[in-house]
Design a protein around this ligand. Structure first.
Ligand SMILES: C[S@@+](CC[C@H](N)C(=O)[O-])C[C@H]1O[C@@H](n2cnc3c(N)ncnc32)[C@H](O)[C@@H]1O
Length: 245
């Protein structure tokens, strides 16, 4: 490509979606924001968390359920850990009229969504970068959600993408490249694989990519910010609330 065309394309691409950028005291503060974001959703009575069990045992679901006294709380996770079941029982004792649902299943499978009861809001926290069919997952989640979808996850900084709305398949990158991208991040060293492995990091999305995909399904960014200092020099951490248009 001649240099002039390349330069013209880059300047025609224009500025990216710019969300307010914040710095935090660390990941603990990010966890608190992830909870608060869902607990601040207006006018909801039901919430579903897709993949909310690992390490956090459903706190992003159950804290908003308690604060907003929601009527229906649903968890979908391939591995619903016993600590989550215990946390549900504690919450049930405080909110005896709330209905709790736990679905042990794989949300990459479209069949999981057939007959799934709709909720007002849904959480996709640190799950999309692990799914080979994340666009289909987003579509299925959006179809079963009536008002808000919250998304939070590490995203590769826009500077890695000459064009906006970019994403890269990084699961099969050379280890040397992965190690550079891991610097100062919480992406752990993982065994090599040549097949899609959802337990490991699969995608490097730009924040603008997630916003563009959600826009394509008819959802607008209602509120959002980007944490600048929690996942190293290569990654930013957007916290976003999308509303159905
Ligand atoms: C990285 S953890 C994220 C946990 C939590 N949402 C957070 O933000 O800290 C991913 C979680 O999603 C679940 N998970 C990942 N892929 C899944 C899939 N395709 N179907 C169902 N659960 C999945 C895992 O079992 C795990 O609980």
């Amino acid at each position: 490509m001649n240099d002039r065309l390349y330069d013209d394309i880059l300047s025609a691409a224009g500025p990216r979606e710019t969300l307010p950028r914040i710095t935090t005291q660390g990941y603990g503060e990010v966890m608190a924001i992830k909870e608060a974001m869902a607990a601040a959703l207006p006018g909801i009575t039901s919430l579903r968390d897709f993949g909310g069990c690992y390490l956090v045992h459903g706190r992003y679901l159950l804290t908003p359920v308690r604060i907003l006294k929601l009527r229906f709380a649903s968890m979908v996770d391939v591995n619903p850990v016993p600590e989550f079941a215990a946390a549900v029982e504690e919450t049930r004792a405080q909110l005896p009229d709330t209905e709790f649902e736990t679905i042990k299943g794989d949300f990459r499978d479209p069949a999981l969504f057939v007959g799934l009861r709709a909720t007002d809001a849904a959480l996709l926290y640190e799950v999309l970068l692990h799914q080979e069919n994340y666009v289909e997952v987003i579509r299925n989640v959006c179809e079963r959600t009536s008002k808000f979808v919250c998304i939070a996850q590490p995203c590769l900084r826009e500077t890695f993408f000459p064009l906006p709305a970019g994403a890269v398949m990084l699961q099969f990158y050379d280890e040397a490249l992965k190690d550079l991208l891991r610097i100062e991040s919480f992406w752990p060293k993982e065994p090599r694989t040549d097949r899609f492995t959802p337990a490991h990091w699969m995608w490097g999305h730009a924040t603008s990519h997630i916003v563009a995909v959600m826009r394509g399904f008819g959802w607008s960014l209602m509120d959002g910010k980007v944490v600048d200092n929690v996942c190293g020099r290569c990654w930013e951490y957007p916290l976003m609330v999308f509303a159905r248009r």
